[in-house]
Design a protein around this ligand. Structure first.
Ligand code: GLP
Length: 243
């Protein structure tokens, strides 16, 4: 014995055993195929059955194999990679069975200024379309949104009526498709003006979501600050344990 349960050093018997088992899983066996028995593996690698069991347990924790009482160890189905989805307000509301909408929409072309310029990676003097909207679900105010789009990427956006989804407008009119975003969410309280726009009491809690969105060419397409009512909105994620 004398082997620890900790991370295996390359070259040790348990490291060789693990490499062999991973090779079997990845190259030779298919999901639900049976793995060799503990006894076979112990003999082949000249290790104890306890060592084999630990290696199989570890692969079990990592989701690579599963055990069935009395029947043995089998290869797991590969995990379906699914990340937190990048959605628009319109997508979010539709997914909840609600009708998305906007009120009090104002679109103006302004210079970016220091903060928005830094977020979009452009000069503070560059032009951006600034879109202010109160986003609604089934007519009820949910979220206040200030969105900034570089005018160089979406010329004349500020002169175009915006009724439905901004993301759809960007695709349809400018060929700009959001591919990924960096997003941060933090807690805040609503000042009087924001609270009034959302129809809730002053100092109500809210989530502030800041997003810098990129297209597939890594161009920064959007900087947005969205303030959601905390009483009507939740953030739901599926999260996975890493192996
Ligand atoms: C969400 C995002 C915003 C984005 C908006 C687009 O609210 N937080 O960054 O601008 O969706 O929504 P839509 O396409 O419905 O206008």
């Amino acid at each position: 014995m004398g082997e620890s349960a900790g991370p295996q050093r390359a070259g040790t018997k348990s490291a060789q055993l693990r490499a062999y088992l991973l090779g079997l899983i990845e190259e030779q066996l298919r999901p639900h195929d049976k793995m060799p028995t503990e006894r076979e593996l112990a003999e082949t690698f000249g290790v104890t059955r306890l060592t084999v069991r630990r290696a199989l347990d570890q692969l079990g924790y990592e989701g690579r194999v599963y055990r069935t009482q009395g029947a043995g160890t089998f290869v797991s189905e590969p995990r379906i990679a699914k990340s937190v989805e990048l959605t628009s307000f319109t997508d979010d509301m539709r997914a909840r069975g609600l009708m998305p909408g906007s009120q009090s929409t104002r679109i103006v072309e302004v210079t970016a200024g220091a903060e928005v310029g830094a977020q979009l990676g452009i000069s503070p003097r560059d032009a951006v379309a600034h879109i202010y909207r109160v986003r609604t679900a089934d007519g009820e105010p949910m979220c206040l949104e200030n969105t900034y789009i570089p005018a160089s990427l979406a010329p004349d956006l500020a002169r175009r009526p915006l009724e439905g989804s901004l993301y759809q407008t960007l695709v349809e009119n400018y060929g700009l498709r959001i591919d990924k975003a960096e997003q941060s969410i933090h807690a805040t309280v609503l000042d009087g003006e924001m609270a009034q726009a959302l129809g809730v009491p002053e100092f109500s809690p809210a989530f502030k979501v800041s997003r810098v969105a990129y297209d597939a060419r890594s161009r920064r397409i959007e900087y947005a600050e969205s303030v959601y009512r905390a009483d009507r909105y939740s953030y739901d994620f599926v999260i996975y344990r890493t192996p």
